[in-house]
Write a protein that binds this ligand. Structure first.
Ligand code: LMR
Ligand code: MN
Length: 432
């Protein structure tokens, strides 16, 4: 380097060392100032941006600050923009860290942009394509997940993660269980890194069940219990708080809402009338969209979701929503919903588990078909619907619905916070 360049490099090194020393001494405010100056003065030096990003992500973690994490992301992006001049290993690591933070903040589109940079730069790395898949999976974009994993399999037909992702979309998007099975099975049997997750065990188990392979499903669930993925063979929710009481059906008096629930129950006729009026207008109710239906027709009209009142829908069901406001354990339950659920005759809902053990699910029956032709199975116990009745079950246990009658079945479903959760847990648990 020329003399001037040499001096500049020396100064840069010095200032960088000073900023790093502030980090080591845990003088975070000073460190941030030093890194800000550094990236300002030496904006053309990739390393300034990388080191600033690394400091920011560290401090963001310590302070649990999303704002600092966003600053870290910006710094990473600036670093990655230097592209050509960065060595391979640093480029990839920086890209992967950046993606991790974007995923955490739910920034799917920006993350995809970074994935594409990495894939373009390292076109022979299957892992980078699987990472893109994972971002789509985490943001529940199963259509994109299918496109990416299908593409990956064209070049790497035996890659376990690509098989897993593609199999998942065959089940979840296409409802094609026979096609999905070999992909899911091979991937999970491979035990390859990234395939041993509760979510994937659940998907394979459900696929086996839907193909009538109950004994194999049970074996797999037992393996899942042994690995600590599931509380029990029947209770397979994924977002759990440990040590909550767990049983398939609950008495109203076992909950902490007995008085409130009985009061709601007394108004069942006005709730029914409101629900029936809504059901009469085409397009109000939404089809169940999670591939839980084997056959028939099953629709819902949501009133509260994740503890939030859905204003537009509540305006159309003012009586019911006013009653529900008196039941904050349900209307404020951020791990549940409140909805009308309309099931037509000749419907079968596959066995499935709810996502969390943090709620109990009540059914207030508004319109009941023939009781001997309908049933709700929860674990190994069955019940049916009677007008004006209210029962409670724990939907983290496997449950399955048959409606072999001839009439409409209409219920108000309300999820309640599990009575064993403290007020603090109810405030702090992430919504589902
Ligand atoms: C379920 O949670 O799957 C069922 O309770 C839904 C329903 O409408 O019966
Ligand atoms: Mn369910």
């Amino acid at each position: 380097p020329t003399g001037a360049k040499f001096v500049e490099d020396e100064l840069f090194e010095q200032e960088l060392r000073r900023a790093q020393a502030e980090m080591i001494n845990e003088n975070h405010a000073n460190a941030l100032r030093a890194f800000n100056t550094l990236t300002h003065t030496y904006a053309h030096k990739p390393l300034a941006h990388l080191r600033r990003a690394q400091a920011l992500e560290r401090i963001a973690e310590l302070r649990r600050s999303n704002q600092l994490l966003m600053d870290a992301i910006e710094s990473y992006k600036r670093y990655l923009a230097f592209d050509e001049s960065i060595t391979n290993i640093d480029y990839r690591t920086a890209g992967e860290r950046c993606i991790e933070h974007m995923r955490f903040l739910g920034q799917t589109q920006p993350a995809v942009a970074i994935h594409e940079l990495l894939i373009e730069r390292y076109p022979d790395e299957v892992q980078l394509r699987n990472q893109l898949s994972l971002t789509y999976l985490m943001s529940n974009n199963l259509i994109k997940l299918q496109q990416v994993s299908r593409d990956t399999l064209k070049r790497w037909p035996r890659d376990p993660l690509a098989q897993l992702h593609f199999g998942l979309t065959l089940k979840q998007v296409d409802g094609d269980y026979a096609q999905a099975l070999p992909y899911l099975q091979r991937a999970i049997d491979s035990q390859a890194a990234g395939t041993q997750e509760p979510y994937f065990y659940l998907a394979l188990g459900e696929t086996l069940q839907r193909l009538g392979k109950q004994a194999e499903a049970l074996q797999l669930y037992e393996r899942g219990v042994m690995r600590g993925y599931f509380a029990s063979v029947y209770q397979r929710s994924l977002y759990n708080v440990p040590r909550l009481r767990a049983k398939p059906f609950w008495q109203i008096t076992d909950t902490d809402q007995a008085k409130e629930l009985k009061q709601l129950q007394q108004s069942w006729r006005s709730i029914r009338n409101e629900a029936l009026a809504l059901l009469n207008v085409e397009g109000n109710f939404q089809l169940e969209a999670e591939q839980l239906r084997d056959s028939g027709n099953w629709q819902q009209f949501e009133l509260f979701a994740r503890g939030q009142r859905l204003h537009r829908n509540c305006q159309r069901a003012p009586i019911t929503c006013a009653l529900l406001e008196k039941l904050p354990a349900a209307s404020g339950c951020r791990r549940g919903q409140i909805k009308f659920s309309a099931m037509q005759a000749q419907t079968h809902v596959w066995p499935h588990c709810g996502p969390t053990n943090c709620r109990l699910r009540a059914h207030l029956t508004l319109v009941a078909p023939e009781p001997h032709l309908t049933s709700l199975r929860v674990a190994d116990q069955e019940r049916t619907w009677h007008e004006g009745d209210l029962f409670i079950f724990d939907d983290s246990f496997e449950h399955e619905v048959w409606h072999n009658g001839t009439q409409l079945r209409l219920v108000l479903i309300l999820d309640l916070w599990h009575p064993d959760l403290t007020a603090q847990q109810r405030r702090e648990l992430t919504p589902i």
